[in-house]
Ligand binder design. Structure first.
Ligand SMILES: *Cc1c(COP(=O)(O)O)cnc(C)c1O
Ligand SMILES: [Zn+2]
Length: 428
């Protein structure tokens, strides 16, 4: 499978803005920018290394604030060309950071509590952020088909972004996803292939496809374009800090599927500190999983450094990755920052979905129920400090996972169209 490593890449003149090279997370070796994701020397994952603008944080802050109201305001810190905002793309981001005082009161939080609400992105999940980056990388490397292995939301984001950018798309999903996710994946006109197996089977299939002539010329956003794709999650960190008035939160609670998002939010926070855009002070990162797919949470609690794969069984299908690629890095970050990784049951997920909707008017999908449910559990356990500034990241929209709450949310009463009937219902 040598096609998967960086060794065969010839240096090409690609314009991905401040991105200078790919570097190995394990051994630090650098490679030219290309559609590769594994180190040729040690097979470690590659990430984007930058020549970042330094020396004038005030100027950079002003330039960002004058930029478009989407993720491209951070283009100087992303692997995208400088004129990215002028190209056809889905332009996600700059979603609301909601001050959640009523939720805070219910949870016993006395400090500031915020929900970073990513449900309003173009295809209603945080995945639009990462796919928008991958589209630019696909363009730079000349791919004409955009693909992915998906737990649901990613396929929708790829379908929409490919449609906007004029690329073909062919996405792969497990066969047992929620209807909302399947329709969302297919509606943009690309091909959607349901695979009889779990997400981990789908992912393995895609890795084989990349190494085969069948997949030649295909950009898999979360496989051979993964280093670029992953950088999109940094924009969540950038936005949260900018929306707090260029201030780091004290605590963040973030859902974990493959662990990419959590890992890159941490990278984004560290970049802001290094650039002098925020004050350098400690922050703590907490990871959230569903009990039915909690390989990282289990490893955290057992003090392990490796993550043992599991077979997922949870209503939080968008987080149902049994063998998370970035699991070990999530463990590192939780331990380094003084955070934790915790999990909640399906019942706690449903209760948290209701809690967020009832207190803040935000309808989240099951992944958001996981995140808020874990936040609640961590407060109960004393792991989250209720007096500090806390951000809970809501990554998806409840309309995509209606089945999870169909039994617990319905009409309060069904009446005849007469006042008497309404009076009898006792709701006036
Ligand atoms: C994909 C996804 C995540 C997290 O994904 P990672 O693989 O950990 O980056 C979180 N929430 C939702 C709704 C998702 O679709
Ligand atoms: Zn290496």
């Amino acid at each position: 499978m040598s096609v998967l490593t960086a060794s065969e890449q010839s240096p090409a003149a690609v314009d991905l803005g401040p991105a200078a090279a790919l570097s190995c997370r394990e051994c630090g070796e650098r490679f030219p920018l290309g559609p590769v994701f594994a180190c040729a020397s040690c097979f470690g994952p590659l990430e984007v290394a930058y020549d970042l603008p330094s020396g004038d944080p005030e100027g950079l802050r002003r330039a960002i604030e004058a930029g478009p109201k989407n993720i491209w305001r951070y283009a100087p810190l992303l692997p995208v060309p400088a004129d990215v905002a002028d190209k056809p793309n889905i332009n996600p981001g700059f979603t609301p950071l909601v001050r959640a005082d009523r939720l805070a009161a219910e949870l016993g939080i006395t400090g500031e509590l915020y929900v970073k609400d990513d449900s309003g992105n173009p295809t209603h999940s945080f995945k639009d952020r990462v796919v928008a980056q991958a589209v630019e990388a696909a363009r730079a490397f000349g791919f004409t088909t955009l693909s992915c292995s998906s737990t649901g939301n990613l396929a929708g984001a790829v379908g929409a972004a490919a449609a906007r950018a004029g690329l073909r798309s062919c996405t792969f999903i497990p066969h047992d996803l929620e209807q909302g996710k399947v329709v969302m994946a297919a509606i943009y006109g690309g091909d959607v292939v349901a695979i009889e197996g779990t997400y981990d089977d789908v992912n393995r299939f895609c890795s084989e496809l990349i190494g085969d002539p069948l997949g030649e010329g295909w950009g898999f956003v979360n496989v051979n374009l993964r280093p670029y794709y992953a950088e999109g999650s940094k924009t969540l960190a950038f936005e949260i800090c900018e929306q707090l008035g260029w201030r780091l939160p004290d605590q963040l609670v973030i859902p974990v599927a493959s662990g990419s998002q959590l890992t890159k939010i941490d990278k984004g926070l560290r970049e802001l500190i290094a650039l002098g855009l925020v004050e350098d002070r400690p922050y703590r990162i907490f990871g959230a999983q569903a009990e039915g797919c909690a390989p990282v949470s289990r490893a955290f609690k057992e003090g392990h450094e490796v993550v043992r794969p599991v077979r997922p069984d949870t209503i939080a299908k968008s987080l149902a990755i049994g063998n998370p690629a970035d699991g070990p890095y999530v463990l590192d970050i939780a331990r380094r920052t003084g955070g934790a990784v915790e999990d909640v049951t399906d019942e706690e997920i449903v209760a948290a979905i209701h809690l967020l909707a009832r207190t803040e008017g935000i309808f989240t999908e099951t992944a958001g129920g996981v995140t808020l449910g874990v936040a609640r559990k961590l407060i109960g356990a004393g792991a989250l400090d209720p007096s500090l500034t806390t951000v809970v990241v809501n990554t998806g929209d409840g309309l995509k996972t209606l089945d999870a709450v169909a039994k617990t949310a319905g009409p309060t009463a069904t009446i005849r169209p007469h006042l008497d009937s309404f009076r009898e219902a006792g709701l006036a």
